[in-house]
Design a protein around this ligand. Structure first.
Ligand SMILES: [Zn+2]
Length: 433
């Protein structure tokens, strides 16, 4: 379907208006236009509305198949990935996940264990069409000394295939040990990483947040928070993060994940928080699959009654950048998943109503996370950009999002890649007691 020459023309492809900034064409109500794409030497040489210029006879006719830019997955945990067979979540709750993962980390996360599971995850993400990925790295002592060097090696190994970013992950209470936390911030800066913290309500939250911001400013780091991953309406650390950003005059990028409790709070409180978030330019990533799995899990075997996701529509309406991402894969925080961003988008469409209209929601897995991660040219299709895109069978949203699209074609640098997924059996040796 895609010639293996690196230079060719694809005719009659369906492109989305929100992902092709340079294309002037007639878009339908779903945001699609038919277009021809010229690829030369691994780059996109040009994109034009189909029928506007003569199509050469050797062009490949895609008959209206959808092409999307390669995905950007801005919130994952590939250091935790795939430990499920040896450490399942005993009851499907958040506390069950936290305790199981902590025990597994202390007992099993050697450099080799982390590296092999990370590589497995990255091969899956790459095969599904992901081009850039941010992972959190559990950095509670002594894990930071094991995982960060592994991450740095992995980033080099994968350069050119997946652009890898790392953010440290510790509970906000870990910031109380100033000496240790400052050393961690320095280590993260040395790795050109992102400073990340999990926030929840503790009495000294404001003071601790001020210190996190001070360290980020000192080292010129972007920030990435896990905030309020709970149904407790008293959990307002998202608002505290926005306020701390304002007080501290922070100018870097801030990405906040989860923000589940916001969806349970009274409207007036919500509006105040949204105002502050918009003012400070903070971005939000929702993790719909993981939230659906962990939130509203009831110990008494009754049925969950809310979806767990945060208020992405209200945020987007205020100009707050919003994304969705994979989060955990086959670990105690989420029993399933394979770092397939099409699956994330499909699930987000159902859980978060990314439809009626679809509008520019496709940016939530492409252009928006690319901007948050400071990756120029990622997440859009444009002349002069890399020919990194995914060719699907689907010719409409209903076709695209109804099947797994396991036979999608992933094109990198103009050439279709081998898409074989790693075999689970590869990890069997890591799963024995
Ligand atoms: Zn997470």
């Amino acid at each position: 379907m895609v010639p293996n020459t690196g230079s060719y023309r694809l005719a009659n492809a369906r492109l989305h208006v929100s992902l092709t900034p340079g294309l002037s064409a007639a878009f339908d109500s779903d945001g699609f236009a038919l277009a021809d794409i010229a690829v030369a030497d691994g780059k996109i040489a040009g994109i034009a509305e189909h029928g506007r210029t003569a199509v050469p006879v050797d062009a490949v006719d895609l008959a209206g198949r959808i092409i999307l830019p390669c995905f950007v997955d801005c919130h994952t945990h590939i250091d935790k990935g795939h430990i499920w067979p040896r450490k399942p979540n005993p009851d499907g709750t958040f506390m069950g996940a936290l305790n199981a993962t902590g025990a597994d980390r202390a007992a099993r996360w050697s450099a080799e264990d982390v590296a092999r599971r990370m590589d497995f995850s990255l091969r899956s993400a790459y095969a599904h069409g992901t081009r850039a990925l941010r992972t959190h790295l559990d950095s509670v002592a002594p894990q930071e000394e094991i995982s960060w060097p592994v991450f740095e090696t992995m980033r080099e190994t994968w350069r050119g295939r997946i652009e890898l970013q790392g953010a440290c992950l510790i509970g906000i209470e870990g910031v109380r040990d100033r000496k240790w936390f400052d050393r961690l911030a320095k280590r993260v800066a040395a790795a050109k990483g992102v400073l990340g913290v999990v926030t929840y309500m503790v009495p000294d939250l404001e003071e601790l947040l001020d210190h996190v911001f001070a360290q980020a400013i000192k080292h010129g780091l972007d920030l990435d928070f896990h905030a309020d991953e709970t149904d407790d309406i008293a959990a307002i650390s998202l608002k505290k993060i926005a306020e701390a950003a304002l007080w501290n005059g922070f100018e870097g990028n801030i990405l906040v994940g989860h923000c589940c409790s916001l969806a349970r709070q009274p409207d007036l409180n919500v509006l105040d928080t949204l105002d502050k978030m918009a003012k400070v330019g903070l971005a939000v990533v929702s993790l719909p699959m993981c939230n659906l799995y962990l939130q509203d899990r009831r110990g008494d075997h009754t049925t969950p009654r809310w979806r767990g996701v945060t208020l992405l529509h209200e945020m987007k309406a205020r100009g707050i950048p919003v994304a969705v991402a994979s989060d955990n894969t086959r670990d105690p925080f989420y029993a399933y998943g394979d770092l397939d961003m099409l699956e994330v988008y499909r699930m987000a469409t159902r859980i978060l109503h990314f439809d009626h209209p679809v509008a520019d929601w496709p940016q939530a897995v492409t252009a928006t996370p690319a901007k948050v991660m400071r990756l120029d040219g990622f997440g859009t299709l444009a002349a002069g950009g890399d020919a990194d895109f995914v060719v699907f069978k689907g010719r409409s949203w209903t076709e695209l999002l109804s099947r797994p699209e396991s036979d999608r074609i992933v094109v990198r640098g103009g050439r279709a890649i081998g898409r074989q997924l790693p075999d689970y059996a590869e990890l069997d040796g890591l799963m024995v007691e």
